[in-house]
Design a protein around this ligand. Structure first.
Ligand code: SF4
Length: 426
């Protein structure tokens, strides 16, 4: 079988879909949540949330078991006391940052992360970052972005963080085309993808880097592949630095991973036999792993609530590789350009919804009675109580799911709730 998976012509699949657009009450985490995986990735960075006690609770409970003796995130709580005068808030912030950096000389990059309480919105964090840079640079680079729940769904926190880092990337000095993979991946996944690309004689950089002192270069010769579907602002910032986006599906499942790698191979002129040899063994392992899961999932009906922006690539994966029927595919935002290859791979007529009016969507879901629902934590228990199996959307973001070696585990995330319900019913 050839590895070159033809991406169907743009006029079929769901390319021309008119989504059901809803703007009502939403049930999603805010962009602060991204700190949980970002702080593990950039190992000399610290994320200082400028927020309220609510923000501190969210970040602590979301991080849960992952808190180490010296965590690389924290919250500067801005409460009523600070409302007396903004000058006090700036002094307080300067003092907190100085204390933190004195105690933690390992920190080389500090993010001030904005939130949505009204007292925080009044603070100009970009000015605060500039001021703190004057004090602490070059030992520490201070950047800012917003994780506010008013402006972002939870994965957009990563987008805002990476977009804030793009101006810091050094300019590419070499005119030779260079490949960059954009989006936070677990280290193990990053290593696997690097190995696969190196087997094709392709050198690759990853953004964000594991260390802020090893920022990848960017410029007109940079070709970038998105590893995550929620990076619209980051992609725009990279394009403004002259980089070129390689359009591809996302590296989920066998097909997605193959087509994603193929996009790089085609751009860099990798010979077909070199490509085939590089991917043959891991692809075979992944196909075997998927065959085991397919028996649980074939013909099952799945409903995606909008949450992480991974919904469309996941829907494509579960439909095409696991035989699931798509009842509704909700997404917080539909980025037609970044989703073009994915939409072309969805079956025509798929009900795609953009945005959310949670009550209306719940009514649709209950009427449709799917076998499995992918949704946020807040909706999972009520749906389980109605007899519907659920999968927490956030688990699909926290778990390494990209690439061939993870394809079986990714499928397992969908089959597990169904297996559990079968066992309970037995
Ligand atoms: S940023 Fe806003 S939504 Fe997020 S935890 Fe803080 S108060 Fe809540």
């Amino acid at each position: 079988m050839s590895s070159v998976i033809p991406i169907r012509p743009a006029s079929i699949g769901c390319t021309d879909v008119t989504p059901l657009v809803e703007r009502g009450q939403r049930e999603v985490f805010c962009g602060l949540t991204g700190i949980i995986w970002l702080h593990r990735k950039i190992q000399d960075a610290f994320f200082l949330v400028v927020g309220s006690r609510t923000c501190a609770h969210l970040i602590q409970s979301a991080a849960g078991v992952m808190i180490f003796a010296e965590p690389r995130f924290g919250t500067a709580i801005i409460d009523e006391r600070d409302l007396a005068g903004l000058a006090d808030v700036h002094d307080e912030l300067d003092r907190v940052v100085s204390q933190l950096l004195a105690r933690r000389p390992d920190i080389r990059m500090l993010f001030l992360v904005g939130s949505c309480p009204s007292e925080v919105i009044k603070i100009d964090l970009s000015k605060a970052a500039q001021r703190l840079n004057q004090i602490h640079h070059p030992a520490v680079r201070v950047l800012n972005y917003s994780g506010s729940g008013i402006e972002t769904t939870f994965t957009q926190g990563e987008d805002a963080c990476l977009a804030a880092m793009v101006p810091e990337l050094p300019s590419q000095t070499d005119a030779q085309p260079a490949l960059m993979v954009v989006g936070t991946l677990a280290d193990v996944v990053e290593d696997q993808l690097r190995q696969l690309l190196e087997r094709m004689n392709l050198q690759v950089t990853f953004f964000p880097p594991r260390n802020s002192q090893a920022m990848p270069e960017v410029g007109p010769s940079t070709r970038f592949l998105l590893a995550q579907p929620f990076l619209a602002d980051t992609a725009r910032a990279l394009l403004s630095r002259g980089a070129k986006h390689l359009s591809a599906p996302f590296p989920l499942g066998v097909e997605g991973t193959t087509a994603w790698l193929q996009a790089a191979a085609t751009e860099f002129g990798v010979a077909p036999d070199v490509f085939e040899n590089a991917i043959a063994a891991p692809r075979q392992r992944a196909e075997k792993a998927l065959a085991l899961q397919r028996q649980w999932l074939q013909g099952k009906r799945i409903f995606f609530f909008p949450d992480s922006q991974l919904e469309i690539p996941l829907a494509r994966f579960v439909h095409r590789e696991l035989g699931m029927d798509l009842v509704e595919v909700g997404t917080p935002y539909l980025h037609r350009q970044h989703m073009a290859c994915e939409l072309a791979w969805l079956p025509p007529g798929t009900r795609i919804s953009e945005g959310q009016d949670v009550d209306l969507q719940l009514d649709r879901c209950l009427a449709d009675a799917p076998d499995l629902v992918v949704c946020g934590l807040g909706l999972a228990n009520p749906l389980e109580a109605q007899g519907i199996s659920t999968k927490w959307a956030i688990e699909l973001v926290f778990t390494p799911i990209q690439g061939y070696e993870q394809a079986g585990d990714l499928a397992g995330l969908f089959s597990r709730p169904l297996k559990r319900r079968t066992k309970l019913a037995a």
